[in-house]
Design a protein around this ligand. Structure first.
Ligand code: GLN
Length: 567
């Protein structure tokens, strides 16, 4: 079929379509209807109103932005199943929401009085697929989230050698506002106050003709480009004034720097401080920060505008510094647990980069002892517990705890592995047969849990097996297997199963374990619900298979959604 016709077929009913249907198809791929890359298509659709659109009309409509439209229509974006990914994220979002520990920063009124209940998560993929949950439109001062980008700004303008003379790149292991410096009197890195103050001085010293506010404006312009211009980058005078009134510790740092190695190009100390405090007082929201993070994840090219905002080399250096020091003296723990470059700020924002996949930003004002948002850090940890997003998840050798991976590349790999496994079973491969046998054992043990074998149960077992393995087993064989298990006299076939799974575990890779859990899952859900007893069984099987509890929760939430979703 002609490729244009193929696209049309995705939205057509009886030979025509509507603007609404086209918009719905685009929106479900994760591309926003106000995306600049589809602006002219959207304008044309709007003008059409409710009118029916035939194939000729469709062809005339989409030509100009065909490549983008085609990728969205055909789900050829970096996260192909965007809807499923969004609902998984919602599960994690809700999981974190009840956490009310920590407290707002209280050194200035505007942060002290901010609503601590606010909670938002925004995501933007490197293909510009976007989602937001909760308070993602609330403007807040970006505070220390500004630091890595002031560094990037300086790197881009002055080059790394010059910057290196004044600011180090070593993790400090100290609180963000520490007065301590490296033995050679340089600040540890650009992500702690001392380093960011020095960076402000470097930037300010490069344009002596501009005043502090004008210099801040050039950095705000960088933020506007990084965030694709979806909303204005603002400046909070109120924050700036309070910051200046309370910046005694930061002034102490500034004087230390001047008294140590001296300030770059003899920049005025007060101007340097004004630039630093002004950068802290820039206001953005989580939506905007997520796009900025996605621009970094995308090597400096903003996903929604296509603009190369920073060079890839500058981004690489910036991310390295974020990875080592973005969360101050908690950076080591964060790298261990989350393994992603990130930057937090005392207003409650965390901006996180998953290279080549997406950026995200969280907002929740309550902070932990390190000055990082409690919910933000917890969201990151929960996310990485369920998805293979930690940088070193890539070396799991097929044993990641069965974490999910929404990337298109992984999706096709999974399909291929599954096809291989089915094929290998039919030829008697030892490993594949083991997985198959354990799947059957699981199904039987769950079926026998109520002590009897009924015909509908055998039928649903056969159904589940056929769906997973692509081959329908003979119900009589299943019946015989169940009876044999029962006849073995095992009082508790389920306990025996768990023991067997634990024994076999060292030999099973993620694919095998996933299939076994899936078979259990399908049998437990065959009657259309997961009863408390079944929930316990599934959790026990997941534990025996060393599958992360969070991953199982996603699976259960998906199942429950399928039940409530009108088909
Ligand atoms: N304005 C704050 C300060 O200079 C920023 C610190 C932060 O966000 N961690 O101390």
């Amino acid at each position: 079929m002609d490729r244009l016709r193929e696209l049309f077929a995705l939205v057509e009913v009886n030979g025509t379509t509507t603007a609404k249907a086209i918009q719905a198809r685009i929106a479900s791929s994760g591309i926003c209807l106000d995306d600049f890359r589809l602006a002219s298509t959207m304008a044309k659709l709007k003008a059409l109103g409710k009118r029916k659109i035939d194939f000729a009309g469709f062809s005339a409509l989409v030509g100009e932005e065909l490549l983008m439209l085609s990728r969205a229509f055909k789900r050829q974006l970096v996260i192909p199943d965007w809807q499923e990914f969004c609902t998984d994220i919602e599960t994690v979002f809700k999981h974190v929401a009840p956490d009310r520990s920590g407290s707002n920063a209280d050194y200035i009124p505007i942060l002290r009085d901010a609503d601590p209940e606010k909670w938002g998560v925004a995501i933007c993929s490197v293909d510009g697929q976007r989602m937001g949950l909760g308070d993602v439109d609330v403007y807040h001062s970006i505070q220390s989230v500004s630091k890595p980008l002031t560094y990037a700004f300086g790197l881009a303008r002055e080059g790394v050698e010059f910057i290196n003379q004044f600011v180090g790149v070593e993790p400090s292991g100290r609180p963000f506002n520490s007065l301590e410096l490296l033995p050679d009197q340089r600040p540890f890195n650009p992500c702690v106050n001392a380093g960011a103050i020095m960076m402000a001085g470097l930037v300010a010293s490069g344009t002596p003709e501009l005043d502090a506010r004008q210099i801040t404006q050039t950095i705000m312009d960088l933020w506007a480009n990084l965030s694709g211009g979806i909303a204005p980058v603002r400046f909070s005078e109120e924050t700036m004034l309070s910051e200046r009134e309370t910046a005694h510790n930061n002034f102490a740092i500034a004087y230390l720097l001047r008294g140590g190695r001296g300030l770059p190009r003899d920049v005025d100390l007060h101007k340097m401080m004004d630039v630093y405090l002004s950068c802290c007082s820039i206001e953005m929201n989580a939506q905007m920060l997520s796009i900025a993070a996605a621009t970094l994840a995308n090597g400096g090219v903003c996903p929604i505008t296509g603009q190369q905002v920073l060079s890839t080399d500058v981004v690489k250096k910036t991310l390295s510094v974020m990875q080592a020091s973005g969360l101050y003296d908690n950076a080591g723990t964060f790298t261990l647990e989350v393994g992603l470059p990130a930057k937090s700020g005392v207003a409650g924002a965390v901006m996180v980069v998953i290279p080549n996949l997406m950026g995200f930003a969280t907002f929740s004002p309550r902070l932990d002892a390190y000055g990082n948002s409690v919910r933000g850090v917890s969201f990151c940890a929960q996310l990485v517990d369920r998805f293979t997003f930690h940088i070193y998840d890539s070396l799991s050798g097929g044993r990641s705890g069965c974490k999910r991976d929404p990337r298109a590349s992984q999706h096709s790999r999974k399909q291929r592995d599954l096809t291989d496994l089915r094929w290998a079973v039919s030829h008697g491969d030892r490993y594949a047969t083991k997985v198959r046998d354990l799947m059957l054992d699981c199904m039987v043990a769950i079926t026998l849990a109520d002590g009897e074998i009924e015909a509908p149960e055998i039928a649903s077992m056969a159904e589940a097996y056929a769906e997973i393995m692509g081959e329908r087993p003979d119900p009589q064989d299943l019946q015989a297997l169940a009876e044999a298990t029962q006849a073995q006299g095992a009082e508790a076939p389920f306990d025996a199963l768990l023991e067997r799974l634990r024994q076999e575990l060292p030999l099973l890779d993620d694919n095998g374990r996933e299939l076994i859990l899936e078979s259990a899952f399908r049998v437990a859900c065959a009657d259309g619900e997961i009863e408390p007893e079944e929930d316990l069984q599934l959790r026990a099987i997941a534990r025996a298979l060393a599958i992360n509890e969070g991953v199982l929760e996603l699976e259960i939430a998906r199942f429950q959604r399928r039940l409530t979703r009108p088909s």
